[in-house]
Structure formats: structure tokens, C-alpha cells
Design a protein around this ligand. Sequence first.
Ligand code: ZN
Length: 307
Amino acid sequence: MPLTSMADIVGPARAAGRGVGAFNVIGIEHAEAIVTGAETAQAPVVLQISENCAAYHGALAPIMTACLAIAAAAAGPVAVHLDHATRADLVHEAGGLGAGSVMYDASARAYADNVTATADVARWCHDRGIWVEAELGEIGGKDGVHSPAARTRPDEAAGYVTATGVDALAVAVGSSHAMLTRTAVLDLGLITRIRAAVSVPLVLHGSSGVPDQDLAGAIAAGMTKINVATQLNKAFTAAIRDRLADDARLVDPRRYGAAGRDAVAAEVARLLGVLGAAGGAGLAGGAGLAGGLGRDGGPGRDGGRRR
Ligand SMILES: [Zn+2]
């Protein structure tokens, strides 16, 4: 069960109107914390590694291999996903390492170029059983070039999915990447219209800037995969900053790293509840994780496996 295909996580969630939490990994502590949070919430989860994260580590293989190992040891379903790859060669590398899904991002290109490049990547991936997400509409943020006012047109989205063959679509509906405040205003009516026009699951990027009630509203309107990065980084860094401020003599990274990891796990579990993914709803048979999870001394965090 643990290392699971994205289709097996996202497909049932879309059919049931639940969200799927997809959380960005920076270091190995993030991956451990995200899986612990998902186990606590009894929810399936997605570990995702961006092209920028691979660049930070100097290579994709070390961090992706770690995520695949953590997923394989998890108590519940975990998908490992390459996020925001602008280069096809990185997609090929991720597939070779064992990633079951990728996001190929050609959204900065003109529409026709985006379609051609994405269709090529989708063909390569589908020949190998890999799930493909793509983006249309240029979700704002980070570099300040794209406006959070960008919007995906429902008719264009439907044509794009047909022309490229992608399995999921990231759409621009008012969110923006890397927001430190949760003040984004989503266009819920547009989500409803895109959901009606498009046959594949929809993905919300920049979800860290969206208040809890609007995340729930976006899912009710038809959004499925909810990507969260900055919100976890805020929790991780605040906990470490507090821990270090409390003790000027503390030098062991395991001690302040654990504080960051615990904060991320708690926020992941909380957000999975907001997304309607908690409580075993997304697991096989809806019966929750067998055997009692970490809280009961099972294979989770309290069992010491990841300490
Ligand atoms: Zn994104």
C-alpha cells in the first residue's frame, strides 16, 4: 500500500469531492514530517519535490530517493511527485528514479508551444505508466512576473487537456505562489465552471495564501489536489527559530530539527482535516489505517522509526 500511484489517490478523492494534500519537501525532515502528519490524520498524502528543490540539493536523486524510501515505509498511501519541472530531462530523470507522477510546467510558453511540449512529455510518461500534471494560465508569484489576477479560461482548459492528454490540470483562479499571508481571494465560480468543462482533476497551486475556509470552498467547487509549500516552511522555520532563541547553547541539529519536524507534522495533520482528507476517508475501504498508527505505538513517529 504505502508507495501509491497518484491516480489511486486523486481519482477516488475527485469522485468523492475530497481534497488531496500535496506538500512540498525541502529536506528529509520535511518528508518525514509530512508522512507522520498524514499517518496521524489517517489520510493519503503526496510528497512533492520541485525543480527548485532539486537545484537546492544540487541534484534530484538524493532527495527523491529519500522520499521514495520514506513513502515505502509509511503506514498509509503516499505518492511521490516531481513538482514544477520546466525541463523534460528532469522529468525523464524522475521517472528513472521511480517517481510515479510529475508536473511539467510549460505555462510560461505561448499556448501552442505549451501544448506541443506538454503533449510530448505526456506521451513519454504514459508509455511508462507515469501520471502527468500540467499548468495553464500562469499562476502568479515568486518572481513577480505573473499576476495573481491571471485566470484560466474554461474553454481553453478543456481544449488543452484534450490536446495534451494530461492527467490533471493546475489552473489560475486567484492564488499566488509563496504568499506569507493567507489573504488570497479565490474565484470559486470560475473553479465550478472549469470543473464542469474539464474531464481531469484540478490542482490548486499557491494554496498557502488561501484561508482555511476558502480551501474547503475550493474543494466543494471542484478542486482536488491542493499544493502546499510555504505554509509548511513558515511552521518549520518558526519552530526552529523559537527553539534556538530559547537556548543559545543548543548546537545539535537533531534537537532543533525535531522541533521543526514536529511543527510541520502538526500543520500537515491539521490541513488534511481542512481538506476533508482525514479520518481514513481516502484509504482502502474507508476503514482507516490497519494496526493502529504511531499514536498507539505502531509504526509511526512514537515508535522511534524516524528518530
Ligand atoms: Zn506551484
